[in-house]
Unconditional design. Sequence first.
Lengths: 266, 253
Amino acid sequence: MMVPALRITRVSKHFDTAKGRVTAVEDVSLDIMQGEFISIIGPSGCGKSTLMNMVGGLLTEYDGEILLDGKKVSGCQPEIGMVFQEESTFPWRTAIENVAFPLEAAGLPRDKRVARARDLLDLVGLSGFENHYPAELSGGMRQRIAIARTLAFEPRILLMDEPFAALDEQTRMLLGDKVVQIQQQLKQTTLLITHNISEAVALSDRVLIMTFRPGRIKRVLDIDLPRPRSSEMMGSEKFASYVAEIWRDLREEASKGLQESEAAAR
Amino acid sequence: MLASILRPPPLIARTLVFVALLGAWELASLAGMVSRFIAPPPSEVFPAIATLFTDNDLVAAFLRTFGEVFAAAGIGSILGMIIGWWLHHDRTAGRAYTDWIAASAAAPLVLLFPLFLVLFGRNAATIIAMGAVSALPPVILKTKEGLDNVRVVLIDVGRTFRLTRWQQVKMILFPASLPTIFTGLRLGLVFALINVVGVEFLIGFGGLGLMIAELGDRFEIAGMYAAILFVVLCSATFFFLTEKLETWLLSAR
């Protein structure tokens, strides 16, 4: 039997806050195979980002086990790359310097890292913007720089935490197409966190639906749509039925989250 | 049309107000409303700048004062950045002492000059020490603020790329906080300048401050105002130059 690229076994995470103990993630188990594209969808506050930070090695204290190729993950690994929801480009570096950042830190000679960064900028469709500073570029372009920068380390596993959340709908769809295209090209194992149902269906092989606090896996749904995919298939009947199915499961959780945040505001 | 005359562009407005104030001063002096011994008219003050060069060795005084300012600001900046780093790094210490530093930034530290006079004697060391102490608070506060406000996500990016501790500092923390630290360094420089000239004046030792005191003592009032004007011009130029330097350095980061 094939060893999964990433194996998450009975992982839980509690936070001690002023209001007492909060369970962010509870008993999550999941096997991710090499080259798979998985989306995790859930209401705000379901512990999606916490889960990703544990897989990425940013959070090291938790219950359970996360294995990368059968070896326990402790701290950040070069095989695992992360793209963050927040704006994360370095404002004092140009586009190409941003992308070359991890290569510079790893001590790669200048000509090599510049050549590699140039290829990656080309891959994310930003040729010609090498010498622009992030402040001169749009939000979507900055997020593509961040993606290219993460890819520079050639991670085998790519974790993306709502990378398109701050973008408008159209940019989000175009960028989603780009991400699928790159993922198919590089055959990267990808874990995407999102709260956008259509995005999850359009991009993924499997969609994980999480419950509202504590975050548990409510359901895993296989998306049986042909590849290569693009946002154009969003009009199909099958696509619509997946979206409806996910929303049925998600609706209950989302309203729990809404009720709780309204109760807290009172 | 009328609106553009009433609201001229900033540079013209600035020049007009300056000329008008000088004119009012000149007229008040000519009309005998202000004693020449209290405030001689600009027509006497400006020519007196030239005599400062010939009779009072303005260049030597200038070099001396600015040498002291640079020494003071240099010591204050280095110490201030180290202390600022420590207050950022050690959260308990940061919470314990930051308010003190903020309070000392608002205090007239120049009043401590007798203490320094006793410690170092009546010489350049006292002046430099005083200037360095006054440069400290803004440098400490702005260094800490700059480091505290580096966005967590940028540090996380560094962690995912497995940067060493030193690389985190050099490649992320330092460049990210540099604009704020620079504000502190510039404020520190200005505070050092004010205090160096002030202490020179008070203890009658050194460059431009001493010159102003002596001119006053000799009742060369026009000369005294000319010297004050010169100090103001120098500080303004200085501030402008550091601003340019900052822009240049930040673009080269």
